[in-house]
Design a protein around this ligand. Structure first.
Ligand SMILES: [Zn+2]
Length: 544
């Protein structure tokens, strides 16, 4: 979309993650988190950051106090509140006083535009409501630089009585509001109607319009984009769509849609490449797992599983991708699965730096082996380290740092102890035939095994001391019922360089854990070896 001057139309972004977003059931951000979010949004080029509602939540006052110390580049911190109460004056209204006291450069207030609310909730006349809107804004305009008006329930009000809803906008404009924001507060409207009502409002009032949607019909993003196409110049929403009920309109998808689909300017191409990072950053602070299938930024947004798709995207990504994932800071992924075809294996090999000829018969063997393992319950999504090891073994021959001679685990509960204690012994043989064994205790059998394995290997491979076990998951595999069922164990490990996932499958949970533990250690030793070889190679190149 072009502006009247022929440049890309700028759509201003108004983030309300810290206010409306924090109304979400599982969302809780500390003051420190909120300040970090604000700084990040500013860094990326957001225009407004709504920090809270000082009249309703005293903790939000702390935010406004601390936010003043932030050195923001362009973003304007905004306080949120409502129009004055009926039967009093703006100057005496406590809510408005709190807003002024927060000393933000911008104040946003919401007011009623649906006569149902005016007559039945506030129990005042239609005219009184118009006065309240106008004089509340007028009062705030004397105390702050900019006042934005959120027209609450505008679309429901417009459906009920279009003229009155527009009169409310006119009252806000007369009071001096800079932007009139049309709100789909209940989230119940559809894009066609949102567009029509926005166009009507744009024709009736001579002020910039904004849009504030909720996601109750899963149309928060669609409705926001429809409003922009109909003339709105500001979009309000939250990062990842956090918010009450089904959430607010998701700004992440809206930004990508505005920039990449509608040709508008919001944060610009450079910041757009940090969109995935921004989304994950906010999930991380809210202590929530990112949604894999989230549009544009989810881990699966550009992940391909079907063999035909993989073959095609290798030739030309546009065949099965609607945008270049790099534009939003995401990446294409090729999943390893029972649908894996030859193309998948080749792509993965390329990713892991293994050179294979597509006509090499070993590729076919590997494919067969992979199918067999998957039938047995192995799955490599999330266990890519195990997959890489398996691929190396199949294509480049042996890759082993030690051999298992045997292990034993004993669990004991005795009188007086609250929890059972575990003891594990492990014996291994090194490549030169030497044998080593160790015994260790742990708070559970897997922990004891892990300890014993480390003890037995540390002398030979001191670098494994830096490996940490970060996560451990057990899944009972469908098929055979009860305790006879197979289990799959997924382990996530990490060191100073990276994190990796490994997998084990067995009828015995200890055996499955052992497989995943050994793969984890093998992977660490293999990566160190690879790094060493690479640095030797580059040193040799420099000398040569
Ligand atoms: Zn809202």
């Amino acid at each position: 979309m072009k502006s009247p001057t022929g440049k890309k139309q700028h759509i201003s972004l108004y983030d309300t993650t810290l206010r409306d977003g924090c109304q979400g059931e599982d969302i809780s951000l500390t003051l420190a988190d909120k300040l970090r979010v604000a700084e990040r949004l500013d860094e990326l080029g957001f225009d407004y950051i709504e920090g809270g509602w000082p009249g309703s939540n005293p903790r939000d006052e702390d935010f406004f106090r601390e936010a003043k110390k932030l050195r923001l580049r362009d973003a304007r911190i905004t306080a949120f509140g409502m129009t004055r109460r009926a039967g009093s004056s703006a100057g005496k209204d406590l809510n408005l006083k709190k807003l002024v006291e927060s000393q933000t450069p911008v104040i946003t207030i919401f007011g009623k535009t649906w006569q149902l609310h005016v007559l039945e909730d506030l129990k005042i006349s239609r005219e009184q409501n118009l006065e309240i809107i106008e004089d509340s804004i007028e009062y705030l305009r004397h105390h702050t630089g900019e006042v934005i008006f959120d027209a609450e329930h505008f679309f429901d009000g417009y459906q009920d009585d279009p003229e009155y809803a527009i009169d409310c906008l006119r009252a806000a404009a007369a009071g001096g509001a800079s932007t009139l924001v049309l709100c789909d507060t209940n989230g119940g409207n559809l894009p066609g109607f949102i567009a029509d009502a926005t166009r009507a409002a744009a024709a009736a009032v001579d002020k910039p319009l904004g849009i504030h949607c909720h996601n109750d019909c899963e149309l928060g993003v669609a409705n926001s984009l429809a409003a922009v196409e109909a003339g709105a110049l500001q979009v309000q929403g939250t990062i990842n769509g956090f918010g009450e009920r089904c959430g607010n309109a998701n700004l992440i998808s809206i930004i990508a849609g505005l920039e990449l689909k509608l040709g508008c300017h919001t944060i610009g191409a450079e910041s757009l490449r940090r969109l995935s990072e921004l989304s994950h950053f906010v999930y991380e602070l809210a202590n929530l797992p990112p949604r894999k299938s989230q549009a544009y930024v989810g881990q699966s947004a550009f992940a391909h599983k079907g063999g035909v798709h993989v073959a095609a995207v290798r030739k030309n990504p546009l065949t099965y991708e609607h945008i270049d994932p790099a534009a939003v800071g995401n990446i294409q992924r090729v999943l390893i699965s029972d649908l894996a075809g030859k193309a998948n294996i080749l792509k993965k090999a390329e990713e892991f730096g293994v050179s294979v000829d597509s006509n090499d018969p070993k590729v076919q063997t590997l494919l067969g082996q992979l199918k067999e393992l998957e039938n047995a319950g192995y799955q490599y999504e999330g266990a890519e380290a195990s997959f890489e090891l398996m691929m190396h073994r199949a294509l480049n021959g042996h890759l082993q740092f030690f051999k298992l001679v045997g292990f034993r685990v004993i669990d004991e509960t005795y009188k007086g102890s609250e929890l059972p204690s575990s003891e594990a012994s492990v014996a291994v043989e090194f490549l030169d035939g030497r044998r080593q064994q160790a015994v260790a205790f742990g708070n559970g059998p897997v922990n004891a095994l892990d300890q014993a394995l480390r003890q037995v290997l540390t002398k030979e491979y001191p670098q494994i001391a830096s490996v940490q076990l970060l996560d451990y998951k057990v899944r009972v595999l469908p098929g055979i019922g009860g305790t006879a069922a197979k289990v799959r164990v997924l382990i996530e490990s990490g060191d100073d360089h990276e994190r990796w996932g490994t997998v084990g499958v067995s009828h015995n949970v200890i055996e499955a854990s052992w497989q995943a533990l050994v793969d984890s250690i093998d992977y660490k030793l293999y990566c160190d070896q690879k790094r060493r070889q690479e640095s030797e190679l580059s040193a040799g190149r420099k000398r040569g």
